[in-house]
Ligand binder design. Structure first.
Ligand code: ADP
Length: 450
């Protein structure tokens, strides 16, 4: 087992990883940018090293800065968290070359699965249905138009390297396809340094359901059931829950089996998520693999009782899973909301600044993952996530009641947050019924919800 791990991230996920390490008797080394010099998570690490100025390109995304810190601190592994370098195959490769374990899948698996159009091919090979689309990356606009006509409009232009809802454009006809390709390529080049795009049929208000996977380096793969992440704004998740409230049992079973089959076929290791879109007729289609821990992992931890971060560390150290699929037991229902420093009344504009009052919710079955506190200044440089509020109860109805109570209790002053918006979401009959889709938030904001 590792004795010293560098946490190459910040905020709530850095704290989450540090906590797991402390419980495992592993020392931690935190790295931080000058904007995070007062970060609460640094105080729980055994050592903290400043790796650069506020812009992430010069700190959390700087491979030389992070590797230098790893060498100085003499760590034997790096946990990348989510975002930043977590799905950077080159970084994983350099770690290996430097004899430092990368806590995640192999660089080869990141390369295959992190590139969405390559992952589509892997899924097809494993006999898992993908959204109808182009065979691979698009090489020219004329060829794209031909493909789009074959699959049928509307189509979605998607960046192969995409993430966080960026590099995606809908096109309804030949003309809009040309401009969609150009703008998706430009956005992808800036965001990911890779302008390649591919096409998918644009499904009409699908649901987003994903399967959590754990795989060891000895060929064992299990799923930890699903999370429904259909409550999204601009293709970004806002609420996640497990079980999915609207997935018929046989469909769920097939989806879980498909996810395991895909990851087995791909020789995937460590933690990963297989994402699917579910159409109105309950057909499901693979869209992508997230080759890392995800923001919404606590939902799965609560319904399975398995600590995903500890599992990641154990598996990266070469340990066996040590349990079978039948040992993974599902209990109750869990729901998470992402509390962001954003103003829902101003189009979810980022709202950094000082938190003058911080009073989180609590009580039985309530978990708050956060690095924030009274007096904390949310920096303007990074993701606006400041807390994850997760509830776990014996069933969904009780989970909703608890979440409602928690949203009343949770008080954050000084900055605007998404808390008031979630009160609207969870009190909405469409959400309560469980029959919502990826168009739900748009309807809610437009006031056209039925
Ligand atoms: P990212 O990696 O940027 O998060 P995903 O491929 O995971 O992108 O897609 C994010 C969301 O975008 C999905 O959950 C879904 O709401 C929407 N989406 C993606 N592909 C399609 C599609 N083919 N049809 C309709 N919606 C889609």
């Amino acid at each position: 087992m590792f004795s010293r791990i560098l946490v190459a991230n910040r905020g709530e996920i850095a704290l989450r990883v540090i906590r797991a390490c402390r419980e495992m008797g592993i020392q931690t080394v935190a790295v931080y940018s000058t904007a995070d010099a007062k970060g609460s998570w640094l105080r729980y690490a055994d050592e903290s090293i400043c790796i650069g100025p506020a812009p992430s390109s010069k700190s959390y995304l700087s491979i030389p800065a992070i590797l230098a810190a790893a060498e100085i601190a003499d760590v034997d592994a790096i946990h990348p968290g989510y975002g930043f370098l977590s799905e950077n195959a080159h970084f994983a490769e350099i770690c290996r070359a430097s004899k430092i374990a990368f806590i995640g899948p192999t660089s080869e698996a990141i390369r295959t699965m992190g590139d969405k159009s390559a992952a589509r091919r892997a899924a097809e090979k494993a006999g898992v249905a993908v959204v109808p689309g182009s065979k691979g990356k698009i090489t020219g606009e004329d060829e794209a138009i031909k493909t789009a006509r074959e699959i049928g409009y509307p189509v979605l232009v998607k960046a192969s390297a995409g993430g966080g809802g960026r590099g995606m454009r809908v096109a309804h006809n030949d003309m809009s396809l040309r401009s969609a390709i150009q703008s998706a390529q430009a956005e992808a080049q800036v965001a990911f340094g890779d302008s390649s795009v591919y096409l998918e049929r644009y499904l009409d208000r699908p649901r987003h359901v994903e399967v959590q996977i754990l795989a060891d380096t000895h060929g064992n793969v299990v799923h930890l059931f699903e999370r429904d992440c259909s409550v999204q704004r601009r293709h970004q998740k806002m609420v996640e829950e497990s079980p999915s409230p609207a997935l018929p049992k046989p469909v769920r079973k097939r989806m879980l089996q498909s996810a395991v089959r895909l990851m087995k076929t791909a020789g995937y290791t460590n933690a990963g998520t297989v994402e699917f879109l579910v159409d109105r007729d309950n057909s499901f289609y693979f869209i992508e693999v997230n080759a890392r821990i995800q923001v919404e992992h606590p939902v799965t931890e609560l319904v399975t009782g398995i600590d995903l971060v500890k599992e990641q560390i154990r598996l990266a150290a070469g340990e066996k899973l040590g349990y079978d699929q039948d040992d993974v037991v599902f209990r109750g229902a869990a729901i998470e909301v992402r509390v962001n420093a954003e103003d829902p009344e101003q189009g979810f504009r980022a709202c950094p600044g000082r938190i003058t009052e911080w009073s989180p919710a609590g009580g039985p079955g309530v978990r708050v993952d956060s690095h924030a506190h009274q007096g904390y200044v949310v920096p303007p440089n990074y993701d606006s996530l400041i807390a994850k509020l997760i509830v776990h109860k014996p069933d969904r109805r009780q989970a909703l009641l608890a979440l409602d109570r928690c949203l009343d209790e949770f008080t954050i002053s000084g900055i605007k947050t998404t808390l008031p918006f979630f009160r609207r979401v969870i009190r909405h009959a469409g959400f309560a019924s469980g029959h919502y889709d990826t168009g739900f938030v748009e309807d809610l904001l437009a006031g056209t919800e039925s």
